[in-house]
Design a binder for this molecule. Structure first.
Ligand SMILES: NC(=O)c1ccc[n+]([C@@H]2O[C@H](COP(=O)([O-])OP(=O)(O)OC[C@H]3O[C@@H](n4cnc5c(N)ncnc54)[C@H](O)[C@@H]3O)[C@@H](O)[C@H]2O)c1
Length: 280
């Protein structure tokens, strides 16, 4: 069993590529990985977000670089490969985190263009970026890939079945890739977030769910609170590091228990669990 020499530097000296690493869940992953000694390669479409995270990491004594890349672009991702492999000669950790549910299109109004957009932002780039870094990862003795998809890929999502299908495909890509490349030293696992406060899913916006108060969270999520990007980042650190050296091919819902709850809510008014919206 590989020894873990320093529990405070779980990714010491490791090269970690984080897509969408400039805000939200990806931002928290970039920061936490850097705190654990990783050389973080932040991949972003938004230069301000990338600069902010890279600046904070450097100010805290960490190491990070920003790459202004649209993960939907073959040419952009090829440049990314040259920059990362050119600098370090290897990549140890890859976090495929970019994704977006917007715009939500009712299925009966959807078309080829909206399906393609969901595919392009939620699934296709996982193939593109993973393929580009898998070879170097194998050549340097292995590594860990963490795919951030969604709890909506692990349950039915009535609001946007095409988005849910892309996220489910990302989860199954995770499982299948793990089965294929474990013998070459590459572990692959996934995270299915839910209820996490980020610029993309702003629960704290005025007029949003937060205004309904703490009672709402107690009834909504089994853990009784809103999730934070750091909740996701800690699981990503576990999956990226040797803490999980015997874990591969799994998708962890990091959702405050919503998947486990399966449609049951605690009604503070009724003082019991209910499965109907009236709380009766
Ligand atoms: N927040 C939640 O509760 C939640 C729930 C389910 C799934 N997710 C998933 O988690 C992941 C992260 O979501 P988040 O909430 O942190 O979102 P976010 O929008 O806060 O962060 C995503 C980051 O990716 C960057 N980005 C977007 N498109 C890009 C592109 N084409 N190329 C490069 N960078 C790009 C954005 O600039 C942003 O900084 C997504 O895959 C999302 O679908 C989040």
């Amino acid at each position: 069993m590989p020894a873990i020499d320093d529990w405070h530097r779980l990714l010491d000296g490791q090269v970690a590529v984080v897509t969408g690493g400039g805000s939200g869940i990806g931002g928290a992953i970039s920061r936490l990985f850097a705190e654990h000694g990783a050389l973080v390669e932040v991949v972003e479409i938004d230069s301000e977000r990338a600069s902010l995270v890279v600046g904070d990491i450097k100010a805290n004594g960490g190491t990070a670089r920003a790459h202004l890349v649209d993960v939907r672009s073959d040419a952009g991702v090829e440049d990314l490969r040259s920059e990362v492999i050119g600098e370090h000669g290897r990549v140890d950790v890859l976090v495929n985190n970019v994704g977006d549910h917007r715009p939500l299109v009712r299925f009966e109004d959807s078309d080829t263009e909206s399906w393609q957009a969901m595919y392009s932002i939620n699934l296709e780039h996982l193939f593109r970026i993973t393929r580009i870094f898998l070879g170097p990862m194998i050549d340097s003795g292995g590594g860990s890939i963490v795919n951030v998809h969604s709890v909506e890929g692990m349950r039915g999502f009535p609001g946007e079945p095409v988005y849910a299908a892309m996220k489910a495909a990302a989860a199954h890509f995770t499982t299948s890739l793990a089965a294929g490349y474990g013998r070459k030293g590459v572990r692959v696992n996934g995270i299915g977030p839910d209820l996490t406060q980020t610029p993309l899913v702003d629960y704290l916006a005025p007029g949003g769910p937060a205004d309904a108060g703490d009672e709402l969270w107690k009834s909504w999520a089994p853990v009784g609170r809103l999730g934070w990007p750091a909740d996701q980042a800690r699981v990503a650190l576990f999956l990226a590091s040797d803490l999980s050296s015997f874990v591969t091919g799994h998708n962890v819902p990091v959702d405050g228990g919503t998947l486990a709850g399966g449609g049951w809510f605690f009604s503070p008014g009724a003082g019991r669990f209910v499965n109907r919206p009236t709380g009766l």
